[in-house]
Design a protein around this ligand. Structure first.
Ligand SMILES: Cc1ncc(COP(=O)(O)O)c(C=O)c1O
Length: 512
């Protein structure tokens, strides 16, 4: 079956086309260019609308609706080829029914925004379609990765930017790397003999830390019971005395403390653990110190806010996700390590078909064997390109602006009728609060009020999604019932969008 498609660029009907007509087909250049121009048209329209506040953040449909198929858009795969015209419809509708994470009123995730240079970087990366494992097939990207990691290490404060690192598929994986290399540092024989070569090892992390530390404990054979959660203060920061007490307790039970994770910017509260005090304890007991700066690492770029990570230079390893606070398109996360060579020691398998030692160039640039992956996506280019385009100063301005906006929100609601703050004085862009509908105001604290309040945020969120106007996250935390967690990492957001969010919460929640 052949169909025709209309090129809005050339504004004329082209010949009927199938994918078989595109390159590498003979004479495929022209249809290929036409097709790609059509795709670019779809993408640029989407970009324009993303920044248009009159456009919805999302056009919500339930899974069964999308699975049943929308008009002209069917998710089922077919045996016969579709026309290129239909393929273009598929592209357009995939975006149509998705979520505009770059919209100025999308506040749902730590990663948000749509950076145009980053987007161009991602397009180029896909066009190059190569793999990070060797210099042989990714010479430019490998060098960019090395240079960028060095610059990040300099910002951490490791002398001369020395050390090691890799870009990984996300903060959870970067955190897993940190646990692996800590274990390798103290018990290298685990690499060959397995966990039976080590005593019962325990890891310490805050009760507010990201669940990926626990997941690493499970995946790497420590067991989640050996991931010991540390108590926090009212703002979600680790209490160092609790760490020391729990280390002593573990030792008395005959376990071996190995690793401490300090979070720089916790997921829900945006809390920064006191790294210096934690580092003192790690030095005293000879433990590996990891700083999970997946969310807060970006603040190292801000002269105004970097003091929140004071002591980070004392860490043995650091996770830092440019794809969160710095607005780099997903995915872009680095694991940075103070000791050079340990990543390779821990992970290398020296596959002869890939990492031949007798290549004509300096094979220390074949960095892929440091990774737990074989093939590795090129995550560096978009970040490197954004850094080139903005300069360090541009990232600093972005971060300062996001923190200013959060302060604006905090100041606006902290004494406003109908709001209760979960904690005072936010450290990061996380502002956590309850919206109290008029029906609950004045109701005495107790089980009934708690149960009712627990249902407020999910109801408002559901209505927000149905109307598609904005998105913000909610969750319970410990004994606290569901509350909103506002975060700002989107460079398109302004004070008017914060005002809009407040108005929207009140509009949707007023009659609950
Ligand atoms: C503090 C922290 N660490 C790690 C992660 C995991 O990062 P990723 O989603 O890139 O795997 C998150 C994600 O929200 C986080 O907030």
């Amino acid at each position: 079956m052949h169909f025709c498609f209309k090129s809005s660029n050339s504004n004329k009907l082209t010949n009927c086309r199938l994918v078989l007509d595109l390159l590498p087909a003979k004479n495929g250049e022209e249809p290929t260019i036409q097709f790609l121009l059509e795709v670019v048209d779809i993408l640029t329209n989407y970009v324009k609308k993303t920044f248009d506040r009159s456009t919805k953040v999302l056009d919500f449909h339930h899974p069964h609706q999308l699975l049943e198929g929308m008009e002209g858009f069917n998710l089922e795969l077919s045996d016969q080829p579709e026309s290129l015209e239909q393929i273009l419809v598929d592209c357009r509708d995939t975006l149509k029914y998705g979520v505009r994470t770059g919209h100025p009123r999308f506040f749902n995730q730590l990663s948000s925004g749509l950076d145009i240079i980053g987007l161009a970087g991602e397009w180029l990366t896909s066009t190059a379609n190569t793999n990070m494992f060797t210099y042989e097939i990714a010479p430019v990207f490998v060098l960019m990765e090395q240079l960028t990691l060095k610059k990040m290490r300099e910002m951490i404060g490791w002398p001369g930017g020395e050390g090691d690192g890799l870009f990984s598929p996300g903060g959870a994986i970067s955190n897993m790397y940190s646990v692996m290399i800590a274990r390798y540092k103290y018990f290298p024989e685990v690499k060959t003999k397995g966990m039976s070569a080590a005593p019962r090892l325990v890891l310490f992390t805050s009760e507010h830390s990201h669940y990926s530390i626990k997941k690493a404990g499970a995946a790497l054979g420590f067991g989640t019971e050996n991931v010991i959660l540390l108590s926090t203060d009212e703002r979600g920061r680790v209490i160092p005395a609790d760490l020391e007490a729990k280390i002593i307790d573990a030792k008395q039970k005959g376990y071996m403390p190995l690793f401490v994770n300090a979070t720089a910017g916790s997921t829900v509260y945006g809390a920064f653990d006191p790294i210096n005090e934690i580092a003192d304890i790690c030095e005293k007991y000879n433990l590996w110190l990891h700083v999970d700066g997946a969310w807060g690492g970006g603040l190292l770029m801000s002269r105004q806010h970097r003091h929140k990570l004071s002591g980070v230079e004392r860490a043995n390893s650091v996770t830092w996700n440019p794809h969160k606070m710095m607005g780099v398109p997903l995915q872009c996360s680095a694991i940075l390590v103070r000791e050079k060579g340990i990543l390779a020691g821990c992970n290398s398998m020296c596959a002869g078909y890939l990492f031949q030692p007798d290549k004509q160039y300096d094979v220390t640039y074949d960095t892929g064997d440091k990774a737990i992956q074989c093939g590795r996506h090129v995550d560096i280019f978009k970040f490197w390109l954004m850094w080139k385009a903005k300069g360090t100063i541009g990232f600093e301005q972005h971060i300062d602006k996001c923190l200013d906006l959060s302060q604006y929100l905090y100041n606006k609601i902290k004494n406003r009728e109908g709001y209760e703050m979960v904690f005072d004085g936010p450290q990061h862009t996380n502002v956590c609060f309850w919206y109290i509908p008029p029906s609950l105001r004045g109701m005495p604290d107790g089980d009934e009020r708690r149960e009712k309040l627990h249902r407020v945020a999910p109801k408002i969120k559901a209505m927000m999604m149905e109307s598609g106007t904005t998105m913000v996250g909610y969750q319970p935390q410990g004994t606290k019932v569901n509350f909103f967690r506002m975060v700002v990492s989107n460079s398109a957001a302004t004070q008017s969008d914060i005002d809009f969010l407040i108005d929207e919460i009140e509009r949707l929640g007023h009659d609950l």
